[in-house]
Design a protein around this ligand. Structure first.
Ligand code: ATP
Ligand code: MG
Length: 393
């Protein structure tokens, strides 16, 4: 069926009191921006509801895909609009709707009518009964079930009438831009894009940082991170990706620190650099893909030592309590999995020790880091001054 209008359902933002309009505005803006390349669309608010109206030809699947990436959207209902609200018109449209929309009529249904014009010649109850009767007359196989209908036929009579019964689930969450901004440490793995997605889903705008170590990590590894950034940006909106050339710092750590502590010390430098970039770009948190126990640098002891390297901002780790399979399930759902599993090395794997510490002590690590004094500052500074910026969208 050729739909011109979609009703957008949103739940959580409906509970935000006075801020509700701010939330709705941001969500509408995001829908407009994402729909723009797909045709002429109007996103409008009416009667406390959000509608998307198509004013040109469009591809239904593309539109559904895009609306399915807008956080805040709980459901998308394709709607038939009846311009002339005379009862006979609505009744005919409801019958046509069921005829077109449901090939097999062997289901139970209920009509749920609402009207906001109290002068309309029929009450909501009368609409329910009369439209139900019209459907039964046209399709005797249908059965009414007012308690648990398989199909709820919604009819809303306003200056026009809307008919809808199907809801395509949206991603839920809160519109991006309603909850500050975070700096995600984006690697080429499975976990960090999932973490980025999960935090963006709570309304947080994203920037990202990737630590690149050429020639130990290839251009293809870097491109993979940019590709992942582009995929996450389909949900989060544009991501400013900071690419730090980490090679010289990495080599300095390698040359001066105990090899079983390399990963811990490197991660601590990641956190410090990420924090500096975050603060310089108005981000209020750091986001990583760590999950307890996944690798030696993610034991609780390791995480607690790494965590202290970011002393000015909170580190958010939405995957922290998830099993690998649970993380993979999300990455498959959001479409990052296939890219994440491409086998390009990352700088952690190149410099990883055979037997890394799994229970580092902060004192010991701080002691080891002393060997970097006078050797790392300039390299650190240079890395920060030569950051390459790529916009993922
Ligand atoms: P992921 O699947 O996200 O790569 P991982 O299981 O490989 O995670 P680690 O390599 O220990 O785990 O990395 C833990 C977290 O540190 C990552 O989720 C990511 O947030 C960050 N990280 C690791 N390597 C890099 C990198 N080269 N650049 C930016 N962030 C990184
Ligand atoms: Mg990784």
């Amino acid at each position: 069926m050729d739909y011109k209008v979609f009703l957008i359902k949103y739940a959580e933002i409906g509970t935000k009191g006075k801020n509700r309009y701010v939330f709705e505005d941001i969500m509408c803006k995001r829908m407009r921006a994402r729909l723009k390349p797909l045709g002429k669309f109007e996103v409008k608010r009416e009667y406390g509801r959000i509608f998307v109206e198509a004013h040109s030809e469009y591809d239904y699947d593309d539109v559904m895909k895009v609306l399915g990436t807008i956080f805040g959207v709980v459901g998308i209902c394709p709607v038939v609009v009846v311009e002339d609200t005379a009862f006979e018109n609505i009744s005919k449209a409801v019958v046509d709707y069921v005829a077109n929309e449901y090939k097999n009529k062997d289901f139970t249904f209920k009509v749920h009518a609402r009207r906001n014009d109290k002068n309309y010649p029929k009450s909501s109850m009368e609409l329910n009964c009369d439209l139900g009767a019209a459907l039964l007359e046209s399709f005797p196989e249908l059965k009414v079930d007012v308690h648990e209908p398989e199909v709820m036929i919604n009819v809303e009579v306003r200056n026009v009438a809307y008919i809808y019964s199907k809801t395509i689930p949206g991603p839920g969450g809160l519109p991006v831009g309603t909850n500050g901004k975070g700096m995600v440490l984006l690697s080429g793995g499975i976990d960090s894009p999932v973490s980025a997605y999960m935090i963006a889903k709570r309304g947080v705008e994203l920037e990202a940082v990737y630590f690149h170590a050429p020639p130990y990590t290839s251009e293809r590894a870097k491109q993979k991170v940019i590709d992942l950034g582009n995929l996450v940006a389909q949900y989060s909106g544009p991501i400013k990706l900071h690419i730090v050339n980490f090679t010289d710092v990495q080599l300095a750590i390698y040359d001066n620190c105990p090899h079983d502590e390399l990963t811990i010390i490197m991660k601590r430098v990641f956190y410090k650099m990420a924090q500096e970039l975050a603060l310089a770009n108005d981000c209020q948190c750091i986001i990583t893909g760590e999950s307890i126990g996944q690798v030696s640098s993610q034991t609780v002891q390791s995480l607690s030592v790494i965590d202290l390297a970011a002393d000015k901002l909170p580190v958010m780790r939405p995957c922290i309590g998830m099993d690998k399979q649970e993380i993979i399930d999300i990455s498959e759902k959001i479409g990052t999995y296939e890219t994440s599993i491409q086998p390009y090395e990352d700088c952690c794997t190149t410099f990883v020790a055979k037997h890394p510490v799994t229970r580092p002590k902060l004192d010991k690590i701080l002691e080891s880091e002393k060997a970097l004094e006078g050797k790392i500052e300039e390299l650190y500074q240079k890395a920060m001054e030569t950051v390459e910026v790529v916009y993922c969208r």
